[in-house]
Ligand binder design. Structure first.
Ligand SMILES: Nc1ncnc2c1ncn2[C@@H]1O[C@H](COP(=O)(O)OP(=O)(O)OP(=O)(O)O)[C@@H](O)[C@H]1O
Ligand SMILES: [Mg+2]
Length: 427
């Protein structure tokens, strides 16, 4: 429900306006002078302010100056008496939306409010769109100056605008999806969609229908015809994420689709021509998967025309300060707060940690530090709030490392138990 603040020193005018506007389904708040108006505007969000000119303490003209600073996007409708029309015109020059003369013509008032509301909605919509564009920019912005990431960026610049298929490899959270988005953004297909399919998240019996679509009734649960991702991506790009987890039978069908640029919906006979550029990503070593008979070599060669290896964060720790500052800026902006400073020793401490979850883990840690730290992020905060599993090799990570050496594993567990026995409950 839209919220209106009515500011007038005459109680009868305020209550009449309140009654009328509430009948029109607006929520109405009141203030008796400029001061009270400013206090209310500081505490609430109003869609429109209706402001009288002549008032005691602070008049409408003084209030409007403060309001345009305090809440620049809120339309203000001035109410002017007989002797104040010139002043009302002056107020419009200062940024008021419009003015209404006393005695007020009800229809004109309601029309002016509706027009002001349209303006208010347009401003909100514009802001939401701007935010979306900024978010989009953030997702394609690839931070880093290290040799490894420079190489990745260079490949994106050169390969993005071509039609080449790309295989993107790297550990979890290194930025493979970001690479796919950046490649697509650089391509002539960027005006068309980039359709993503997470092959690991879809059960093997459904992956074919997901990729190629199906005909109604072709299997239990196929209640209506369905368009597959290959078809929806036609004209654009298809991103096959976690391709290493795709079943062999689906791999055979994807191979055919790539070779012939044609697909067949499950349960249908006729072929459909598709025009799709394909990127694939995996955290698996596909060469090993081929050796174990789990991945088709012919499909590998079709996909891996260009290979982009995204380096692990531990191999490019020089990038950590840049990434941390980038995340601090973005996350603080999301929370609507001024960016927090990360002191030098805290940054060093973050650089000294081991990041098995890569950039995704670093981003989560920065978010946690922003929430839990006081004015700035200190080394102490890093020590307190960054758990060993996200940092140095201790706890379970060290344990896993020692798995291939059983006697030392036993000794290690014994040691850990002695160190922590007060914290352990044996059940
Ligand atoms: N170079 C970078 N600069 C800024 N942000 C990055 C960079 N690389 C990755 N990120 C951010 O880190 C997070 C993880 O990246 P992304 O999802 O692309 O990784 P991934 O390799 O696809 O992970 P997974 O293997 O788990 O699917 C995202 O929030 C992404 O925006
Ligand atoms: Mg991913």
């Amino acid at each position: 429900m839209a919220k209106i603040l009515v500011v007038d020193d005459e109680k009868s005018i305020r209550s009449t306006l309140k009654d009328i506007l509430e009948l029109e389904k607006y929520k109405v708040d009141q203030a008796g002078d400029g001061f009270e108006c400013l206090v209310k505007v500081k505490q609430n969000n109003y869609d429109i302010i209706i402001l009288d000119i002549k008032m005691p303490k602070m008049d409408g003209m003084e209030a409007i100056d403060r309001l345009t600073e305090l809440s620049p996007d809120t339309p203000i409708i001035m109410i002017s008496g007989h002797g104040t029309i010139d002043t009302a015109v002056e107020a419009v020059k200062k940024g008021a939306f419009d003015f209404i003369q006393k005695p007020m013509d009800l229809n004109r008032l309601l029309i002016t409010i509706r027009n002001a509301m349209d303006k208010s909605c347009l401003i909100t919509e514009k802001k939401t769109l701007q935010k979306k564009v900024n978010n989009k920019l953030e997702t394609v912005q690839m931070i880093g100056n290290s040799k490894g990431i420079k190489q990745v960026k260079d490949t994106i610049e050169r390969v993005g605008p071509t039609e080449a298929r790309v295989l993107i490899t790297g550990e979890n959270g290194t930025g493979k999806e970001l690479v796919a988005r950046s490649l697509h953004a650089k391509s002539s297909r960027s005006g068309s969609p980039l359709i993503e399919v997470n092959c690991a998240a879809i059960p093997s019996e459904l992956i074919e229908s997901e990729l190629f679509g199906h005909k109604k009734g072709s299997f239990t649960g196929a209640y209506k015809d369905r368009v597959g991702k290959f078809e929806s991506a036609s004209g654009g790009t298809l991103f096959l994420d976690e391709i290493g987890d795709m079943s062999l039978s689906a791999q055979a069908k994807v191979l055919r689709a790539l070779q012939e640029s044609r697909i067949t919906r499950v349960g249908e006979e006729k072929d459909i021509q598709v025009d799709v550029r394909v990127f694939a990503a995996t955290n698996k070593n596909l060469r090993e998967e081929i050796a174990k008979g789990r991945f088709r070599e012919d499909l590998y060669h079709r996909l891996a025309v260009i290979i982009v290896e995204v380096p692990a964060l531990n191999e490019r720790k020089d990038d950590i300060p840049l990434l941390v500052n980038h995340f601090v800026d973005n996350i603080c902006k999301e929370y609507g707060m001024a960016p927090k400073k990360v002191v030098g020793t805290a940054m060093k401490a973050l650089q000294n940690l081991s990041w098995t979850g890569n950039i995704r883990e670093l981003r989560n840690v920065v978010e946690r530090l922003i929430i839990l730290s006081k004015e700035e992020i200190t080394k102490k905060d890093v020590e307190l709030f960054v758990t060993p599993s996200s940092g140095d090799k201790s706890g379970i990570n060290r344990l896993i490392d020692k798995f291939d050496d059983l006697p030392s594993l036993q000794a290690y567990v014994k040691n850990e138990y002695i160190k922590h026995k007060d914290d352990v409950t044996v059940v």
